[in-house]
Each structure stands twice: as structure tokens, then as C-alpha cells.
Design a protein around this ligand. Structure first.
Ligand code: HEM
Length: 241
């Protein structure tokens, strides 16, 4: 009687975990956490606009004077954004096309709307980031703001932001993008805890509430800037027209 040998590839379990839906969700959760960290840090920096031209321009200049740190953050963010987008698209198509038979009646009613539209709110945020980089980082959409300098010769980021948000269309694009980010985060935050197994029936409503609270805080924080410009709370510095 012959015996059949089963060869076990020791790398197999890791590969299966990485390419499984659970593995993809772990990638989404960890990359999402890093991106969320950036969103919070960026908001803290941006809110300095309420402290005036000098403070915001000094902060922007500090980032320019630390190219090593700035470029490390840029590269790390780019890698995590790429992972998040790629895995998100894969998960979306897996969920969408994994059913062998299409249901006649749509049974997705039990899933909350925010969870079903993650791919669209995420896609909207991605498009916004592309526009935002062309707007403020590369100053391609409004090149006239590249030549703004304050009395200390620093790039006048403060006036660039005020001039931009005085345009109702630009402010509207930002406000819609911030609403999209808020809706995305309201589902992403509780989802993060679920993926990492830090959830149970008791904690679920609290985590959902936490998701909404943090998402709304981010929305209010970012939206306060175009809103303050449009309502005249933040104005151009003296001598700038
Ligand atoms: C009212 C809302 C916002 C304002 C006023 C704002 C302002 C700015 C400004 C002025 C810059 C250019 C900094 C400089 O080069 O000196 C910048 C860069 C950037 N912003 Fe925002 N931002 C806002 C919202 C957001 C949001 C919600 C995200 C992400 C979802 C984001 C992602 C980025 C990224 C990735 C960069 C490039 C950073 C770099 O150059 O390394 N921003 N932002």
C-alpha cells in the first residue's frame, strides 16, 4: 500500500491571510488609521489660520525648511494612500461580484448607507486630494497665488487661502469634499475596531457614536476655514488686496 505525501508550503498561511478578505480589511484598517492621523495633523496645522497671517505663514515656512521630514511624510502618506485605494477597490469588486446568482429583490437594505457608498465617498475624497494638490501644493489651478509673499518674504499661504475661499465655487468644492470625508469616516472608524476584533455587541453602539462624533469634529474643523472666509471672520491682511 502506498502512502500519499502532502507537502505543506510554510509560506502558504501568510499568503492566504494577506490575499483573503480579512487580510485586505486589515490592510484597509491600518492604512486608514495612518491617513486619519494625517487628516488630524493637517487640520491642527490649518486651524492656525485663525491665529493670523504670521502664524500660518511661519508654519508653512517651517515645513519648507524641514525637507527631510516633509518628504518622509509625503512618501509614507503616498504608500498608505495607494494601499488604501487599491485594497478598497479590490474589496468593493469582491463584494459586488462574489454572489453566483443575482438577487431579484435587493437584500442590501440591512447594511447602513454609509457602508454601501464607501467606494464613492472614498473616490470623491481621492479626486478632491488630486484637485487640492493642484490648488495649494503645486499652485497650478490658480497660479497667480504663487507670487504672494508677506513682508518677511515668505510664501503668503494665508492670503492664498483667503483669496481662494472668497470664490464661492472653490469653497463649495471644499465643503462637499469635507462632507464626503465626514460620511466616509462615520463608517470607517467603527469598522476599524470591528476589523481588529476590538468590537462586541455592547461596544457597537458606542463605537458608532464615536465614529460620528470624530467625523463631525473633522468636518466642522475643516469647514470652519472656508466658512470663516465667506462670512468675513477671516479677512485679508492689511495692505493685501
Ligand atoms: C479647509 C480645508 C483645507 C485647507 C485650508 C488645506 C490647506 C492646505 C494647504 C495650504 C496646503 C499646502 C501647504 C504648503 O505647501 O504650504 C495643503 C496641502 C495638502 N493637503 Fe490640505 N487643506 C485642507 C483640507 C485637506 C484635507 C481634508 C486633506 C485630506 C483628505 C488634505 C490633504 C492635503 C495634502 C495631502 C497636502 C500635501 C501635503 C504636502 O505637500 O506634503 N487637505 N493643504
Amino acid at each position: 500500500m502506498s502512502t500519499v505525501e502532502t507537502k505543506v508550503n510554510p509560506a502558504q498561511p501568510q499568503i492566504t491571510l494577506i490575499s483573503s478578505s480579512v487580510g485586505k480589511k486589515i490592510f484597509m484598517a491600518v492604512s486608514g488609521l495612518v491617513l486619519f492621523g494625517f487628516v488630524v495633523g493637517h487640520l491642527t496645522g490649518n486651524l492656525q489660520i485663525f491665529l493670523g497671517q504670521d502664524k500660518l505663514n511661519a508654519y508653512a515656512q517651517l515645513l519648507k525648511d524641514l525637507p527631510g521630514l516633509t518628504w518622509t511624510v509625503r512618501v509614507v502618506m503616498f504608500i498608505f494612500l495607494a494601499i488604501h485605494v487599491w485594497r478598497g477597490i479590490q474589496l468593493y469588486f469582491e463584494n459586488r461580484f462574489s454572489r453566483p446568482i443575482r438577487y431579484v429583490i435587493n437584500t442590501t437594505v440591512q447594511a447602513p448607507l454609509a457602508s454601501r457608498v464607501m467606494i464613492f465617498t472614498g473616490g470623491g475624497i481621492f479626486l478632491y486630494v488630486v484637485y487640492h494638490l493642484l490648488h495649494y501644493t503645486f499652485i497650478i489651478t490658480n497660479p497667480q497665488y504663487a507670487d504672494l509673499h508677506d513682508t518677511l518674504g515668505r510664501h503668503d499661504v494665508y492670503s492664498m487661502v483667503v483669496f481662494s475661499f472668497r470664490n464661492g465655487w472653490i469653497s463649495a468644492v471644499y465643503l462637499v469634499a469635507m462632507a464626503s470625508l465626514c460620511y466616509h469616516l462615520s463608517h470607517a472608524i467603527p469598522s476599524f475596531f470591528q476589523t481588529l476584533g476590538l468590537n462586541n455587541q455592547n461596544a457597537e453602539p458606542k463605537l458608532k457614536a464615536l465614529g460620528w462624533i470624530l467625523a463631525i469634529l473633522i468636518f466642522v474643523g475643516y469647514s470652519s476655514i472656508p466658512s470663516a472666509v465667506l462670512t468675513g471672520i477671516i479677512t485679508l491682511p492689511e495692505g493685501v488686496h
